[in-house]
Write a protein that binds this ligand. Sequence first.
Ligand SMILES: *Cc1c(COP(=O)(O)O)cnc(C)c1O
Length: 429
Amino acid sequence: MPMSSAFENRLYPLLESIAAHFGTPFHIYDETGIRETGHRLEKCFSGIPGFREYFAVKALPNPAILAIMSDMGFGFDCSSIAELVLSRRVGGSGEDLMFTSNNTTRHEFAAAMEDGGSIINLDDISLVDKLPAIPDLICFRYNPGERRSGNAIIGTPVEAKYGVSHEQLIHAYQTARDRGVRRFGLHTMLASNERDYTYMVQTADMLLQQVERISSALDIRFEFINIGGGLGIPYRPADSPLDLEAMAGAITAAFKAFSRRNGYMPRLYMESGRFMTGPHGSLVTTAINRKEIYRTYVGVDACMSALMRPGMYNAYHHITVPGKTADPSQVVDVVGSLCENNDKFAVQRPLPPIAEGDRVVIHDTGAHGHAMGFNYNGKLRPKELLLKLDGTVELIRREERLEDYFASLSFSPDKLPAAPLEKTWHLAN
Ligand SMILES: *Cc1c(COP(=O)(O)O)cnc(C)c1O
């Protein structure tokens, strides 16, 4: 069920006036849908006191969207200084922020710990000594290696660059405790776009087991486990959605069993990106060219710079042509203008006959869509709009312009003079 019919019903009657007012292409996000998904998540996990979603900022790093997350009481999962700054701008501070970085610099840790700080989620034991100070609360990212299989987008854990290995885990917490850390959490992130809810249940079980293993070795308690993001959404019409209610039921039961064995319950944290916003966004384009060679190509006014997933992962994004939904009679490639042949939103897709000027709506672009875009080939990223609860539509990011593209070419001259000849290495040696 790509793009909920509720979003379609809200969007399509307004589409022509939105397109006329703002011009295409644009990503448009549905506040109603985002809030409904947020409330559903909260309701499902209400049996675990202190449950909290830390929205993965990288999925949709727009302040207007982050403000909605903040309003719902969610925290923010950040992995760069820019994401920390964005989250703080909408009011996030301290333990509202989780800093889940990898291959981190001291400079980044300093940014994560200043301005009210954040929960530091460490990717390696060696990083303990790169923190500017010892935080009260620390979390490690666990990589279970061959104990778990991953999936296509994120890779198998043994080959993944992330986290602390199984054998290192106890030593990692021991090191942190020896340095003076007093509060602990445990994190992992193993799958991406996984619609089989039992995978996430196994992840929660795995973390609770590790908590028991570490606790008994070191006599420490854990305040939370964070099962990461990776909850999948149905991109294809035939995909079945993730059964969130079943997932929450099984995870809640595992927490209750943990509580019976250990006399306390850690909190459950989650850092979904895609599940929260993916289905609640669409990329709206206009068909501008049509060409018939060995195949039929429909050229639209957006390209990969607006949505990388099809070109990068061969990902499927459902496409509809408003007003022409009933007749998928032509097989076409829907393409952008980039000089790369993988700049295709759809390959050999049965679609209704598309004429120049038709709106072509690319579904489920609310996560890892605009955010992943790039400027290769001088292509600029489109604007972002928000369809708000009251039916108004607001510009929440303007389109990139040539002056943005050239901004980094405006700088003060700087030149390192050539070294004097006798000082060069080959002469000195
Ligand atoms: C990307 C990412 C997420 C969000 O992933 P989704 O698949 O969008 O849910 C969460 N946590 C970490 C550490 C990530 O890198």
